[in-house]
Design a protein around this ligand. Structure first.
Ligand SMILES: Nc1ncnc2c1ncn2[C@@H]1O[C@H](COP(=O)(O)OP(=O)(O)OP(=O)(O)O)[C@@H](O)[C@H]1O
Ligand SMILES: [Mg+2]
Length: 297
Protein backbone atom coordinates (compact mmCIF):
# COMPACT_ATOMS: atom_id res chain seq x y z
CA UNK A 1 0.00 0.00 0.00
CA UNK A 2 1.31 3.44 -0.88
CA UNK A 3 1.78 5.84 2.02
CA UNK A 4 -0.07 9.12 1.90
CA UNK A 5 2.14 12.10 1.29
CA UNK A 6 -0.02 15.15 1.46
CA UNK A 7 1.04 18.47 2.90
CA UNK A 8 -1.12 20.94 4.75
CA UNK A 9 -0.74 23.22 1.77
CA UNK A 10 -2.34 20.49 -0.32
CA UNK A 11 -5.25 20.43 2.10
CA UNK A 12 -5.29 24.19 2.18
CA UNK A 13 -5.25 24.48 -1.56
CA UNK A 14 -8.04 21.98 -1.69
CA UNK A 15 -9.95 23.95 0.93
CA UNK A 16 -9.53 27.13 -1.05
CA UNK A 17 -10.87 25.30 -4.04
CA UNK A 18 -13.89 24.52 -1.92
CA UNK A 19 -13.66 20.79 -2.30
CA UNK A 20 -15.22 21.21 -5.73
CA UNK A 21 -14.20 17.87 -7.10
CA UNK A 22 -10.69 19.14 -7.77
CA UNK A 23 -9.32 16.93 -5.02
CA UNK A 24 -5.57 16.40 -4.73
CA UNK A 25 -4.61 12.93 -5.79
CA UNK A 26 -2.86 10.98 -3.07
CA UNK A 27 -0.21 8.68 -4.43
CA UNK A 28 -2.44 8.44 -7.48
CA UNK A 29 -4.99 6.56 -5.38
CA UNK A 30 -7.03 8.56 -2.93
CA UNK A 31 -8.25 12.14 -2.78
CA UNK A 32 -6.87 14.26 0.06
CA UNK A 33 -9.15 14.90 2.99
CA UNK A 34 -10.89 18.25 2.95
CA UNK A 35 -11.44 20.17 6.18
CA UNK A 36 -14.48 22.37 6.51
CA UNK A 37 -14.62 25.06 9.16
CA UNK A 38 -10.93 24.89 10.10
CA UNK A 39 -8.18 27.51 10.16
CA UNK A 40 -7.39 29.49 7.02
CA UNK A 41 -4.66 27.84 4.95
CA UNK A 42 -0.91 27.97 5.48
CA UNK A 43 1.66 28.90 8.08
CA UNK A 44 1.22 32.26 9.81
CA UNK A 45 3.47 34.80 11.52
CA UNK A 46 2.95 35.43 15.23
CA UNK A 47 4.22 38.67 16.64
CA UNK A 48 4.40 39.77 20.26
CA UNK A 49 4.51 43.51 20.91
CA UNK A 50 5.45 44.68 24.36
CA UNK A 51 3.88 41.54 25.83
CA UNK A 52 3.65 41.33 29.62
CA UNK A 53 2.16 38.64 31.87
CA UNK A 54 1.14 38.58 35.52
CA UNK A 55 0.11 35.95 38.02
CA UNK A 56 -1.83 37.88 40.65
CA UNK A 57 0.15 41.05 41.25
CA UNK A 58 3.42 39.42 40.25
CA UNK A 59 4.78 40.50 36.89
CA UNK A 60 6.52 37.42 35.44
CA UNK A 61 7.16 38.51 31.86
CA UNK A 62 7.87 42.06 30.73
CA UNK A 63 8.02 43.90 27.44
CA UNK A 64 8.56 41.03 25.02
CA UNK A 65 8.86 42.03 21.37
CA UNK A 66 9.33 39.01 19.16
CA UNK A 67 8.27 38.00 15.69
CA UNK A 68 7.98 34.28 14.95
CA UNK A 69 8.03 34.23 11.21
CA UNK A 70 5.75 32.18 9.02
CA UNK A 71 7.27 28.87 8.02
CA UNK A 72 10.27 29.11 10.35
CA UNK A 73 11.18 27.23 13.51
CA UNK A 74 11.83 29.54 16.47
CA UNK A 75 13.44 28.10 19.60
CA UNK A 76 12.79 29.76 22.97
CA UNK A 77 15.69 29.22 25.33
CA UNK A 78 16.54 30.38 28.83
CA UNK A 79 16.85 29.15 32.42
CA UNK A 80 13.99 27.70 34.42
CA UNK A 81 11.43 30.26 35.55
CA UNK A 82 12.25 32.95 32.95
CA UNK A 83 8.76 32.78 31.43
CA UNK A 84 9.10 30.61 28.32
CA UNK A 85 5.98 28.55 29.03
CA UNK A 86 4.08 31.64 30.08
CA UNK A 87 5.03 33.29 26.80
CA UNK A 88 3.79 30.26 24.83
CA UNK A 89 0.50 30.34 26.72
CA UNK A 90 0.16 34.06 26.00
CA UNK A 91 0.38 33.48 22.29
CA UNK A 92 -2.43 30.95 22.09
CA UNK A 93 -4.68 32.45 24.75
CA UNK A 94 -4.11 29.74 27.31
CA UNK A 95 -2.61 32.16 29.83
CA UNK A 96 -6.06 33.59 30.49
CA UNK A 97 -7.24 30.15 31.66
CA UNK A 98 -4.88 30.27 34.65
CA UNK A 99 -6.24 31.60 37.94
CA UNK A 100 -5.18 35.18 38.70
CA UNK A 101 -3.56 35.71 35.32
CA UNK A 102 -3.43 38.98 33.42
CA UNK A 103 -1.64 40.25 30.34
CA UNK A 104 -0.78 43.45 28.50
CA UNK A 105 0.58 44.23 25.07
CA UNK A 106 -0.45 42.77 21.73
CA UNK A 107 -0.18 39.36 20.12
CA UNK A 108 -0.76 39.44 16.38
CA UNK A 109 -1.43 36.47 14.15
CA UNK A 110 -0.77 37.56 10.58
CA UNK A 111 -1.30 41.13 11.80
CA UNK A 112 -4.63 40.35 13.48
CA UNK A 113 -4.96 40.97 17.21
CA UNK A 114 -5.74 37.60 18.81
CA UNK A 115 -7.06 39.38 21.92
CA UNK A 116 -9.57 41.45 19.97
CA UNK A 117 -12.97 41.24 21.69
CA UNK A 118 -14.50 39.85 18.51
CA UNK A 119 -12.06 36.92 18.38
CA UNK A 120 -12.96 33.67 20.15
CA UNK A 121 -10.18 32.09 22.17
CA UNK A 122 -11.14 28.61 20.93
CA UNK A 123 -10.62 29.70 17.33
CA UNK A 124 -7.15 30.99 18.23
CA UNK A 125 -6.27 27.76 20.02
CA UNK A 126 -7.22 25.85 16.87
CA UNK A 127 -5.11 28.11 14.66
CA UNK A 128 -2.23 28.00 17.17
CA UNK A 129 -1.95 24.43 18.43
CA UNK A 130 0.13 23.35 21.40
CA UNK A 131 2.07 20.25 22.37
CA UNK A 132 3.07 19.93 26.02
CA UNK A 133 6.11 18.64 27.86
CA UNK A 134 4.29 15.56 29.10
CA UNK A 135 2.47 13.67 26.36
CA UNK A 136 -1.25 13.95 27.08
CA UNK A 137 -3.16 11.63 24.75
CA UNK A 138 -6.62 10.48 25.87
CA UNK A 139 -5.39 7.14 27.24
CA UNK A 140 -8.60 5.15 26.83
CA UNK A 141 -9.36 6.47 23.35
CA UNK A 142 -7.98 4.62 20.36
CA UNK A 143 -5.06 6.01 18.36
CA UNK A 144 -7.52 6.94 15.63
CA UNK A 145 -9.92 8.68 18.03
CA UNK A 146 -7.01 10.58 19.55
CA UNK A 147 -5.99 11.97 16.16
CA UNK A 148 -9.57 13.04 15.45
CA UNK A 149 -10.25 14.42 18.95
CA UNK A 150 -9.42 18.02 18.04
CA UNK A 151 -11.83 17.96 15.13
CA UNK A 152 -14.66 16.84 17.38
CA UNK A 153 -13.96 19.53 19.95
CA UNK A 154 -13.81 22.29 17.36
CA UNK A 155 -16.61 20.94 15.16
CA UNK A 156 -14.37 20.94 12.10
CA UNK A 157 -15.77 18.55 9.51
CA UNK A 158 -13.64 16.34 7.33
CA UNK A 159 -14.44 14.70 4.01
CA UNK A 160 -12.41 11.57 4.73
CA UNK A 161 -11.48 10.85 8.32
CA UNK A 162 -9.43 7.75 7.51
CA UNK A 163 -7.27 9.73 5.09
CA UNK A 164 -6.87 12.51 7.64
CA UNK A 165 -5.81 10.05 10.35
CA UNK A 166 -3.24 8.55 8.01
CA UNK A 167 -1.98 11.91 6.82
CA UNK A 168 -1.67 13.36 10.33
CA UNK A 169 0.18 10.30 11.62
CA UNK A 170 2.46 10.45 8.59
CA UNK A 171 3.28 14.09 9.25
CA UNK A 172 3.95 13.33 12.90
CA UNK A 173 6.30 10.50 11.86
CA UNK A 174 4.21 7.82 13.57
CA UNK A 175 2.23 6.16 10.80
CA UNK A 176 4.50 3.20 10.16
CA UNK A 177 4.60 2.32 13.85
CA UNK A 178 0.86 2.41 14.46
CA UNK A 179 -0.82 1.67 11.14
CA UNK A 180 -1.76 -1.82 12.36
CA UNK A 181 -2.85 -0.54 15.79
CA UNK A 182 -5.22 2.30 15.01
CA UNK A 183 -7.88 0.81 17.28
CA UNK A 184 -5.53 0.22 20.23
CA UNK A 185 -5.70 2.68 23.12
CA UNK A 186 -3.48 5.76 22.89
CA UNK A 187 -2.30 4.98 26.42
CA UNK A 188 -0.73 1.74 25.18
CA UNK A 189 1.90 3.54 23.10
CA UNK A 190 5.42 4.31 24.32
CA UNK A 191 6.18 7.81 25.66
CA UNK A 192 7.82 8.89 22.41
CA UNK A 193 4.96 7.49 20.38
CA UNK A 194 2.43 9.22 22.63
CA UNK A 195 4.20 12.53 22.06
CA UNK A 196 4.06 12.04 18.30
CA UNK A 197 0.38 11.05 18.67
CA UNK A 198 -0.20 14.40 20.38
CA UNK A 199 1.62 16.12 17.50
CA UNK A 200 -0.63 14.24 15.05
CA UNK A 201 -3.71 15.35 17.03
CA UNK A 202 -2.55 18.98 16.83
CA UNK A 203 -1.78 18.73 13.13
CA UNK A 204 -5.12 17.13 12.25
CA UNK A 205 -6.93 20.47 12.50
CA UNK A 206 -4.35 22.05 10.11
CA UNK A 207 -3.10 24.78 12.49
CA UNK A 208 -1.16 27.79 11.22
CA UNK A 209 1.26 27.66 14.15
CA UNK A 210 2.41 24.83 16.42
CA UNK A 211 3.76 25.62 19.88
CA UNK A 212 5.84 22.92 21.54
CA UNK A 213 6.83 23.23 25.20
CA UNK A 214 9.87 21.03 25.79
CA UNK A 215 8.34 18.30 23.64
CA UNK A 216 11.30 15.95 24.04
CA UNK A 217 12.16 16.37 27.70
CA UNK A 218 10.45 13.12 28.69
CA UNK A 219 11.76 11.16 25.70
CA UNK A 220 14.70 8.84 25.10
CA UNK A 221 17.35 9.90 22.54
CA UNK A 222 15.88 7.90 19.65
CA UNK A 223 12.37 9.30 20.18
CA UNK A 224 13.87 12.77 20.57
CA UNK A 225 15.55 12.54 17.18
CA UNK A 226 12.30 11.27 15.68
CA UNK A 227 10.40 14.30 17.02
CA UNK A 228 13.18 16.59 15.75
CA UNK A 229 12.82 15.02 12.30
CA UNK A 230 9.13 15.75 12.53
CA UNK A 231 9.81 19.40 13.38
CA UNK A 232 12.18 19.66 10.43
CA UNK A 233 9.60 18.18 8.10
CA UNK A 234 6.90 20.56 9.31
CA UNK A 235 8.92 23.74 8.97
CA UNK A 236 7.54 24.83 5.61
CA UNK A 237 3.96 24.01 6.40
CA UNK A 238 3.41 25.41 9.85
CA UNK A 239 5.22 27.97 11.98
CA UNK A 240 6.86 26.10 14.85
CA UNK A 241 7.80 27.66 18.19
CA UNK A 242 9.65 25.21 20.42
CA UNK A 243 10.87 25.63 23.99
CA UNK A 244 13.97 23.65 24.79
CA UNK A 245 16.64 23.41 27.47
CA UNK A 246 18.78 21.40 25.11
CA UNK A 247 21.20 23.68 23.28
CA UNK A 248 22.13 21.02 20.74
CA UNK A 249 18.47 20.57 19.97
CA UNK A 250 17.97 24.32 19.54
CA UNK A 251 20.82 24.32 17.03
CA UNK A 252 19.55 21.24 15.22
CA UNK A 253 15.95 22.31 14.76
CA UNK A 254 15.63 26.10 14.82
CA UNK A 255 16.12 28.87 12.28
CA UNK A 256 15.94 31.56 14.94
CA UNK A 257 16.42 31.62 18.69
CA UNK A 258 15.07 33.87 21.41
CA UNK A 259 16.86 33.99 24.76
CA UNK A 260 14.79 34.82 27.85
CA UNK A 261 16.19 35.59 31.27
CA UNK A 262 14.79 36.64 34.65
CA UNK A 263 17.19 38.32 37.06
CA UNK A 264 16.57 37.62 40.74
CA UNK A 265 13.18 38.99 41.85
CA UNK A 266 12.60 40.43 38.42
CA UNK A 267 10.27 39.45 35.60
CA UNK A 268 11.50 37.46 32.63
CA UNK A 269 12.63 39.53 29.69
CA UNK A 270 13.77 38.79 26.17
CA UNK A 271 17.52 39.42 26.21
CA UNK A 272 18.29 38.78 22.58
CA UNK A 273 16.92 37.09 19.49
CA UNK A 274 18.31 36.35 16.07
CA UNK A 275 19.35 33.66 13.61
CA UNK A 276 20.34 30.51 15.50
CA UNK A 277 23.85 30.48 14.06
CA UNK A 278 24.47 34.03 15.22
CA UNK A 279 23.00 33.36 18.66
CA UNK A 280 25.41 30.46 19.13
CA UNK A 281 28.52 31.87 17.50
CA UNK A 282 28.41 35.65 17.86
CA UNK A 283 25.64 36.77 20.23
CA UNK A 284 25.48 40.48 21.01
CA UNK A 285 24.84 40.10 24.75
CA UNK A 286 27.42 38.48 27.06
CA UNK A 287 24.59 36.82 29.02
CA UNK A 288 23.50 35.02 25.87
CA UNK A 289 27.09 33.91 25.24
CA UNK A 290 27.37 32.54 28.79
CA UNK A 291 24.03 30.77 28.60
CA UNK A 292 24.60 29.06 25.26
CA UNK A 293 28.08 28.06 26.46
CA UNK A 294 26.43 26.33 29.44
CA UNK A 295 27.98 28.63 32.06
CA UNK A 296 24.65 29.00 33.90
CA UNK A 297 21.03 27.79 33.79
N1 LIG B 1 0.22 29.08 37.64
C1 LIG B 1 1.12 29.92 38.13
N2 LIG B 1 0.86 30.69 39.21
C2 LIG B 1 1.76 31.56 39.72
N3 LIG B 1 2.99 31.74 39.20
C3 LIG B 1 3.32 30.99 38.13
C4 LIG B 1 2.43 30.05 37.55
N4 LIG B 1 3.05 29.46 36.50
C5 LIG B 1 4.26 30.01 36.44
N5 LIG B 1 4.44 30.92 37.41
C6 LIG B 1 5.64 31.74 37.64
O1 LIG B 1 5.92 32.48 36.45
C7 LIG B 1 7.31 32.52 36.20
C8 LIG B 1 7.56 31.98 34.80
O2 LIG B 1 7.24 30.60 34.80
P1 LIG B 1 7.29 29.70 33.48
O3 LIG B 1 6.66 28.41 33.81
O4 LIG B 1 6.72 30.49 32.36
O5 LIG B 1 8.86 29.56 33.28
P2 LIG B 1 9.67 28.65 32.27
O6 LIG B 1 10.69 29.52 31.63
O7 LIG B 1 8.75 27.91 31.37
O8 LIG B 1 10.42 27.63 33.25
P3 LIG B 1 10.83 26.08 33.01
O9 LIG B 1 12.03 26.12 32.11
O10 LIG B 1 11.16 25.60 34.37
O11 LIG B 1 9.66 25.38 32.40
C9 LIG B 1 7.98 31.69 37.31
O12 LIG B 1 8.47 32.58 38.26
C10 LIG B 1 6.86 30.87 37.87
O13 LIG B 1 7.06 30.62 39.22
MG1 LIG C 1 8.29 25.90 31.09
Amino acid sequence: MTDLHVTSSDISRNNREGGNGNNIEVGGEKPAPILIGGPPPGAATVEARDACAWFGDRLVLEGVNLSMTSGEVTALIGPSGCGKSTFLRLINRMHELMPGSAMAGDILLNDEDIYDAAVRAQVIRTRIGMVFQKPNPFPAMSVRQNVLAGLKLTKIRCSDQDALVEQSLQRAGLWREVRERLDSPGGALSGGQQQRLCIARSLAVAPNVLLMDEPCSALDPASTLRVEDTINELRNEVTVVVVTHNMQQAQRVSDRCAFFLAAENEPGRLVEQGPTTTMFTAPADPRTADYVAGKFG
